[in-house]
Design a binder for this molecule. Structure first.
Ligand SMILES: Cc1cc2nc3c(=O)[nH]c(=O)nc-3n(C[C@H](O)[C@H](O)[C@H](O)COP(=O)(O)OP(=O)(O)OC[C@H]3O[C@@H](n4cnc5c(N)ncnc54)[C@H](O)[C@@H]3O)c2cc1C
Length: 248
């Protein structure tokens, strides 16, 4: 037990060993791991939170991963990792079903506002799309009226994580829209969709009722900071209408 500066007792969160139940390559550099909860594990958590993991042989090297599954999924967590840095490479290239990871329970405040009149505009770049899979999965399963629009920036059409899944969810859930923009396609590429970075004009096109719109941005810091600038400065949206998750 820790005693905090304010004198309150604080129980550290338990670290629980979990077995990798499945490993799915989403793209050549991106993998989803399904971590099976041990018997008797019954944690309350929310869609959009992250878990923190370490390998059993390296307890000091911990990294956070957003849940790409949702709070309705019980019995396992899913995280989706890009091969990036030491931990990212070990998880993507070396971690297989049957391996163990140590897991600190979900935390974080990057939570979807699932109110019927709200519109969530979710700005993602590259692997930053992971928590939005959880948002859309929960809203679709619960048949919520909340509108969700994902604006997703990728380099090329080969870099769209969960492409088929998001498109299937958009078919099933008429309150969900999935739009992709490609930033580095060659001029000859047959892609007929949008090209170039996410900009103020594109975001503005999505807005119908600004006071009831909540903006989200998730991923590496430069992407999230660019999204903050766009929403707060270019669109003059009040700060409290935007939630961000910065990965560092
Ligand atoms: C709350 C939270 C949620 C996160 N969720 C995810 C997730 O769902 N999927 C995921 O792949 N990563 C996620 N990350 C990033 C993850 O924690 C690690 O930073 C990442 O796996 C690299 O760790 P590393 O130890 O291998 O490299 P490090 O040595 O820690 O960092 C390597 C460099 O890569 C940059 N970087 C980290 N992640 C990315 C990325 N995905 N794309 C581009 N640059 C990156 C860092 O800024 C750093 O400069 C999350 C981070 C936080 C704080």
């Amino acid at each position: 037990m820790l005693i905090c500066a304010n004198g309150r007792k604080h129980m550290p969160k338990p670290i629980v060993p979990m077995t990798v139940e499945a490993a799915t390559m989403e793209l050549p550099d991106t993998k989803t791991l399904r971590l099976k909860w041990p018997d008797g594990y019954a944690v309350e958590f929310k869609t959009g939170q992250f878990i923190t993991v370490h390998f059993p042989d390296a307890p000091a090297y911990k990294r956070a991963y957003s849940l790409s599954s949702c709070a309705l999924d019980r019995g396992f967590y899913e995280i989706t990792i890009k091969r990036e840095g030491k931990m990212g490479t070990r998880l993507v290239d070396w971690t297989q079903p049957g391996d163990q990871l140590m897991v600190i329970p979900p935390a974080g405040r990057f939570l979807p506002v699932f109110e019927p009149n709200k519109h969530l505009i979710c700005i993602a770049g590259g692997s930053g799309v992971t928590p939005f899979r959880g948002f859309v999965r929960e809203a679709t399963r619960r048949r919520l009226k909340t509108r969700i629009t994902v604006l997703y920036s990728v380099r090329t059409t080969n870099d769209i994580i969960f492409n088929a899944e998001f498109r299937a969810l958009a078919q099933e859930n008429r309150n969900f829209s999935f739009y992709v923009t490609c930033t580095r396609l060659s001029a000859q590429d047959p892609w007929s969709g949008r090209r170039g970075r996410i900009d103020g004009a594109w975001v503005r096109e999505q807005i119908q009722d600004l006071p009831n719109t909540v903006f989200y941005a998730c991923g590496p810091n430069p992407l999230v900071e660019a999204a903050e600038h766009l929403v707060w400065q270019d669109l003059a949206v009040p700060r409290e209408q935007m939630k961000t998750e910065k990965w560092g």
